[in-house]
Unconditional design. Structure first.
Lengths: 298, 317
């Protein structure tokens, strides 16, 4: 019994490992960016252990000290350790970025799949609304939604901010998924399922969705990068994450310009953190796309 | 042609009406009410009667339907109402800042086109060379680096290198071009970097696609010079999709300069929009959103018409 279990378990794990190895061999850039993403995830989950200081601890004896071995990225105007704040900021960026991207992409994918499945008038109406939403710059849409919803804390996450980032993503994702879904819809097995009398919900979720997983995963990764960028921009504008929560965009807002000469590390490091995170997710998304679905283009 | 243009202009009406309905009703769901923010914002104690009176003055005590109809009738005559915060006409507040944002958007577009067209072309022609790799690396940065950070770095660089920062007050271009450019060229370059990255990548991939087409082989086979093949046959086709991107990105810049204006402390439309959002200034937000939508719709029309004028394959329907 146990032998059988072991025998069926072993190849599965090997398959997983070998597919990871295959990904690394085919997409070395993607593997490196995956490694950076995993490192950031690790640092943000264990932020309290990884960060040398508490992100909110002020040390008035060490205000605006330059980077040194004691403070790797220097300290800010309150004597808080910038490196520790960057690590805790990774948590903010990843939690908001991943939640917003998952939410927006899921809603967009469902909308796109439904639009393609029903076709006709429903499709036309959904597409007109999508057109409307697409006629605004991302930031403008996000700002209006952020203002409408306001701050809504759920488990310490500002869901208002998450929605403000997720909703502008929905129309963009729905466009791409709709295109893929249209080709899936024309498959014979969808007609077969309809003839068999299955409900619309069942056909969309059980028959179409599995065939849209590849484009969906690609979109989710790509939009995490967009979401992180948007969160940083909103926080920079003072309409995203609020003090004292450490967030990368917030660290650059306010009177950062006063420290161009006296404390340039306050400007260089947070921006570098945002850039590395965004580049890593962008490159991983590209690699995932080439690996999962060479034909798929966004 | 004329009937096509007229039809397209008429089609703009339902789009703008949709935008108007959505923005108006979404904003009324806002829990914070402008009168509360305005009068009690700094912790002042204000009587309920005073608040009611102010609501009445701003017309907020009327039913939503009436408010909407009033606003719409105003819109038709280009009366966007008065700002609920400053009391000045919305259109006046916008007009006072339009020049700055519009000019920055134009400069950024110019910068992007001047950089992206040669860059995209060169990197497609020498695909896989070091030029191509450098270009892809630089444009990757354009898409990933946050614009506000690039802006801050640029300001810091200027301060370090020349001990100089751009002037903070806006000078109209025609009264003193040098002073005007010395202020706006920097934000335009920062936004232009991102814009150029999008554009250069697009031109590269569309040129690569065109170069594989049969008619390019035919042109080469009949002995046309490489210069003629690239310049006349390939580029003119590859640049067509770029027109769409340039037009729509330009329209997006009018509203999308929000972050950049904050970095360079420019008093443009973006700053006005942020203030309106922070103050829950309904009429101002509505008016600006309508304006952004209208600019996008017009840009879309211009792009389509340009397309039809340039590309003989496009037919007016």
């Amino acid at each position: 019994m146990t032998d059988i279990a072991a025998a069926t378990q072993a190849p599965r794990r090997n398959r997983f490992l070998s597919s990871v190895a295959g990904f690394a061999r085919q997409q070395p850039v993607g593997a490196v960016s995956l490694f950076i993403i995993l490192a950031m995830l690790f640092a943000s989950i264990f932020a309290s252990w990884v960060a040398p200081y508490h992100p909110l601890d002020t040390d008035f004896m060490a205000i605006l000290t330059a980077p040194s071995w004691e403070h790797l990225a220097g300290t800010d105007t309150f004597g808080r350790d910038v490196f520790s704040r960057l690590i805790h900021g990774a948590r903010t960026a990843l939690v908001i970025g991943i939640t917003a991207s998952l939410l927006g992409c899921t809603a967009g994918a469902l909308l796109g799949a439904a639009s393609a499945y029903f076709g006709g008038r429903i499709d036309a109406v959904i597409q007109r609304i999508v057109d409307l939403l697409l006629s605004f710059p991302l930031v403008v849409l996000a700002l209006v939604i952020a203002a409408v919803i306001g701050r809504q804390l759920v488990f310490g996450i500002d869901m208002g901010l998450v929605l403000a980032i997720a909703i502008p993503i929905v129309p963009q994702v729905s466009r791409v998924i709709r295109a893929s879904a249209l080709s899936v819809r024309s498959m014979a097995y969808i007609d077969a399922a309809r003839v068999a009398g299955y409900s619309h919900t069942r056909i969309i979720l059980r028959h179409m969705a599995p065939n849209l997983v590849a484009p969906f995963l690609i979109m989710v990764t790509a939009y995490v990068a967009q979401a992180i960028l948007l969160e940083a921009s909103l926080s920079f504008l003072g309409l995203g994450v609020v003090e004292p929560t450490p967030a990368w965009g917030l660290m650059l807002s306010g009177n950062a310009t006063d420290y161009f000469i006296s404390a340039p590390w306050l400007i260089i490091f947070p921006g570098l953190a945002i850039s590395i995170a965004v580049i890593a997710f962008n490159l991983f998304g590209d690699a995932l796309r080439d690996w999962l679905d060479p034909k798929f283009t966004t | 042609m004329l009937s096509y243009v007229v039809r397209r202009i008429l089609m703009m009406i339902p789009t703008l009406l949709g935008v108007a309905i959505i923005t108006f009703f979404i904003l009324r769901v806002v829990p914070g009410d402008i009168v509360e923010v305005k009068m009690r914002g700094d912790g002042a104690i204000v009587s309920v009667e005073a608040i009611e009176a102010e609501r009445k003055r701003l017309g907020l005590d009327q039913p939503l339907g009436t408010q909407f109809v009033n606003w719409m009738t105003g819109l038709v005559t280009f009366d966007f109402g008065n700002s609920m915060w400053t009391g000045r006409p919305v259109i006046q507040e916008i007009a006072g800042r339009f020049a700055l944002t519009f000019q920055t958007a134009i400069l950024a577009t110019l910068f992007a086109v001047l950089v992206a067209v040669p860059l995209g072309t060169v990197s497609a022609l020498w695909r896989g060379s070091w030029i191509d790799y450098t270009m892809r690396l630089v444009t990757m940065g354009g898409l990933a680096l946050p614009t506000f950070w690039v802006g801050l770095l640029l300001l810091m660089g200027l301060l370090w290198a020349f001990n100089w920062l751009p002037p903070l007050t806006f000078t109209p271009f025609f009264s003193d071009p040098m002073k005007n450019l010395s202020q706006l060229i920097w934000p335009a370059m920062v936004v232009g970097y991102r814009f150029a990255s999008v554009l250069a990548r697009l031109i590269r991939s569309s040129l690569l696609e065109i170069l594989g087409e049969d008619f390019i082989r035919t042109a080469r086979a009949k002995g046309a010079s490489e210069r003629r093949v690239i310049g006349l046959h390939a580029l003119s086709n590859a640049l067509l999709p770029a027109i769409t991107v340039v037009g729509l990105e330009f329209a997006f810049l009018i509203g999308g300069l929000v972050v950049t204006e904050q970095v360079f402390n420019l008093n443009g439309l973006g700053k006005l929009f942020i203030q309106a959002i922070k103050n829950n200034d309904y009429t101002m937000i509505q008016g600006m959103v309508m304006m952004f939508a209208a600019i996008y719709v017009v840009a879309n029309l211009v792009v389509d018409l340009l397309y039809a004028a340039i590309d003989p394959r496009v037919r007016y329907r």
